[in-house]
Write a protein that binds this ligand. Structure first.
Ligand SMILES: C[S@@+](CC[C@H](N)C(=O)[O-])C[C@H]1O[C@@H](n2cnc3c(N)ncnc32)[C@H](O)[C@@H]1O
Length: 341
């Protein structure tokens, strides 16, 4: 999935630095504290047990569907009903009216995020998953797996340029494609991987890991606003929505301090002090609310100064129609923490 700050294209640089600093990967635990799409945790599953965390629910669902499982769930309850391939079943649903079509399809109120056909399909899939879960035809693990395939499929038919901050005022041809759920390619690392859905500030003190990878938001663009529709499809909780874009109401405690100029320094400090690991890796970039020196200062205050390392990678900015500066440099910081267990 295209994602603001997504690290798909930086995985080899991140891997080079991590493998240089961490010996004997065998039984180590890798914590991806701001996991987003989950690509980083997925990548490091081949070396470590992985733990993911993100404050957004749809991101947690992606991790539960694509990152932490080692095998496709068994779906024994559905097999008893004669449904042997749940994705095939869901892909062939005819569609029914629900919250998504009522609010985000062109026929209902002019919000052109989705064609009515795809919106109806999303509603039908979502209602079916809730029904299956309520009737215990599927367990939570199976529910999350299927929901993750839906979250992954929606951007491929969304009438947007990359985020849900706005929809296009004309139809992109992508929107007319059929919504298709696909099985993920799972990697079996034979470890019990875990996922959390919490603000990093509230959870770091309770997770112990050997390696912590920190990839927080770097500018004022809240992920809540930019991915509101995926969050609503994941939660399917009939939220209060407002405005031209139909953004769901997010409480103050749901927005990120890492996107607020006045709060970002303290948020960083809190997380970096609390995080309980030996190896601390942190991604940020030259366009961020904090500058390189401020991050370095915080890292040196929580880690062993002689172990500090830093790498700068020239990288193309996440593309949008309005490109202000074509280039932005990615930063990758490392320090060994003091006082880890
Ligand atoms: C730069 S993105 C991570 C991208 C991810 N590494 C990837 O490659 O897909 C930052 C993520 O931090 C999450 N986030 C923002 N504030 C957070 C917080 N306080 N605690 C946990 N996650 C947070 C956002 O929802 C977003 O998914």
């Amino acid at each position: 999935m295209r994602y603001i700050g997504g690290k798909t294209k930086l995985l080899s640089e991140i891997e080079n630095m991590i493998l240089k600093k961490v010996n004997n990967h065998g039984n180590k635990i890798f914590l991806d504290l701001f996991s987003g799409t989950g690509v980083v945790a997925y990548h490091f599953k081949k070396y470590f047990k992985v733990i993911t965390n993100d404050s957004l629910y749809f991101s947690y669902i992606l991790a539960k569907g694509y990152v932490t499982p080692n095998n496709v769930p068994k779906f024994t309850g559905l097999i008893k009903l004669g449904i042997h391939d749940p994705l095939d079943y869901l892909n062939n649903l005819s569609g029914q009216m629900g919250f998504i079509e009522s609010n985000y399809a062109s026929d209902s109120n002019g919000r052109m995020y989705l064609t009515p056909k795809n919106a109806r399909k999303i509603d039908d899939i979502r209602l079916t998953l809730d029904l299956w879960l309520n009737k215990k035809h599927i367990n939570h693990e199976e529910f999350e797996y299927l929901l993750a395939t839906l979250i992954e499929a929606v951007p491929f038919v969304s009438n947007i340029t990359g985020t849900y901050g706005a929809y296009l005022k004309h139809w992109d041809k992508r929107a007319f494609k059929d919504l298709v759920l696909k099985h993920p390619i799972l990697y079996n690392n034979n470890k019990i991987n875990e996922s959390f859905n919490s603000k990093a500030e509230n959870i770091t003190h309770s997770i112990r890991a050997d390696i912590c990878y920190i990839d927080p938001p770097y500018n004022g663009r809240q992920y809540t606003s930019n991915y509101h529709l995926l969050e609503t499809i994941a939660k399917y909780d009939n939220p209060v929505i407002k405005g031209v874009t139909g953004i769901r109401r997010f409480d103050d405690n749901e927005t990120s301090d890492f996107c607020k100029k006045s709060k970002v320094y303290n948020a960083f400090k809190k997380v970096l002090v609390q995080v309980n690991c030996k190896h601390l890796f942190l991604s940020y970039n030259s366009d961020g609310l904090l500058n390189k020196e401020q991050i370095q200062e915080i890292l040196l205050s929580v880690g062993i100064p002689e172990t500090y390392d830093f790498m700068e990678i020239e990288y193309r900015r996440y593309k949008s129609k309005i490109v202000l500066k074509p280039k932005v440099n990615e930063y990758l910081f490392y320090i060994e923490k003091q006082n880890h267990e």
